[in-house]
Each structure stands twice: as C-alpha cells, then as structure tokens.
Design a protein around this ligand. Structure first.
Ligand SMILES: Cc1cc2nc3c(=O)[nH]c(=O)nc-3n(C[C@H](O)[C@H](O)[C@H](O)COP(=O)(O)O)c2cc1C
Length: 187
C-alpha cells in the first residue's frame, strides 16, 4: 500500500445536483484496484493524485495467463462456477477509512471474481464506496448494483466507467466525476 498524501480534492459537504447535501464519512481514503494489463491501475493513479489516500493493488494468489484469450477463458470459467480466487497478501485495514474508491476492469460484463473475494473479505459498513471501471466498451455493466447488494451497510455512489481509449486522458473525466460525487477541490 502506498502512503497517504493530501490530494487536490477532499471530501466535502457539497450539494448534490438535486440540492441535497452529501455528507462524506470522516476518515481516510483507500483506493483498492485490480488490474491485469495496467489500465485500471492508471485510473487508480489519477484518483490517488487527486484525492491523496492510499493505493492498494488487489492481486490473486494465482496470476492470469499472459495471453489475453487464455485469460478470457480462465475468467469465464471462474465466473460460470462462481469461483472466489484467494486474494494474495494481507488485506487492508479499513478501520480508519471512510471512503473507498474500488477499481476493476469489466470482465465478462462483471467484476473479476477476485474482486468479489476482496469485497466479501472486508467489512464496508458505514463507509462510502465509489466504484470505477475500465472496459473495451461494456462500461460498468451491472457492477454498481452488484456491489450495492454485496455491501448493504455501505453507501455506494455513482460509478465511473472509462473505455480503454479514454484511460490515457483520464484526469478530466476523473476530476468531473469527483466533483459530481461531492469532492471539493482544495486549491
Ligand atoms: C478476462 C477478460 C474479460 C473481459 N470482458 C470484457 C467485457 O465483458 N466487456 C468489455 O467491454 N471489456 C472486457 N474486457 C476488456 C477489459 O475490460 C479492458 O481491456 C480493461 O480496460 C482492462 O483493464 P486492466 O488493464 O486494468 O486489466 C475483458 C478483458 C479480459 C482480460
């Protein structure tokens, strides 16, 4: 996990578009993400730059094949069997964390199964979770609804979806998304 630093954005009580206030929980920011080929990692880096917080890469104990199509076959089998691949290494401590930016690539219109393992292993109650996703074009699919179902004690916010082509200029989209979520610029 990388160290916490002050980003240009911070949790605020900015008004939502509908005029209601959103109260972010007190506490730190954690940015856990899974990324096989680096795109979600890049978006996580942008979020980290803008918000501070701690990056936390989710890795499975078994790595996926380097071949893309072999990986899609393995991932498809994992999804069809409802696999829960074990997460490698220690899980993060959520005790001081109020806001979680959870990142993953879209795999077969869903989250990679190792992200399910990660989410199920932790207690997100009382925390605010903002999902972000990269994909070839499927966007978030139904992952925000899935996450909301998995962690009923948390507040799950609007997700951010970027296509592979959009990842390289992600900071504009991420900045707009953070503003929509109610994160205020510090400068
Ligand atoms: C196993 C697997 C399944 C995928 N399934 C989808 C999909 O259903 N829809 C889609 O738009 N992209 C799909 N993709 C493409 C990835 O979501 C996309 O390339 C993503 O940006 C990769 O993120 P990463 O570089 O962080 O691993 C899939 C890729 C892999 C490896």
């Amino acid at each position: 996990m990388k160290g916490t630093s002050a980003g240009r954005f911070g949790a605020s009580r900015a008004k939502d578009a509908d005029g209601g206030g959103r109260r972010f929980p007190a506490g730190g920011i954690l940015i856990p993400f899974f990324s096989r080929s680096g795109r979600t990692r890049m978006v996580a880096g942008v979020i980290h730059e803008l918000t501070g917080g701690s990056l936390c890469e989710i890795r499975g104990e078994k790595s996926y094949p380097s071949d893309y199509y072999e990986t899609t076959a393995v991932a498809r089998r994992e999804k069809e069997t409802g696999a829960r691949p074990p997460v490698s290494g220690a899980l993060p401590d959520l005790s001081g964390i109020g806001t979680v930016f959870l990142g993953y690539p879209n795999w077969w219109y869903d989250m990679p199964m190792v992200v399910y393992s990660f989410v199920e292993a932790l207690d997100f109650s009382g925390r605010t979770v903002a999902p972000f996703c990269t994909s070839a074009g499927s966007g978030l699919s139904a992952t925000v609804e899935t996450i909301t179902r998995m962690i009923p004690g948390a507040t799950v916010l609007e997700g951010l979806a970027l296509t592979d082509r959009e990842v390289n200029g992600a900071s504009v989209a991420v900045t707009e998304w953070l503003s929509r979520l109610g994160f205020a610029r510090r400068d």
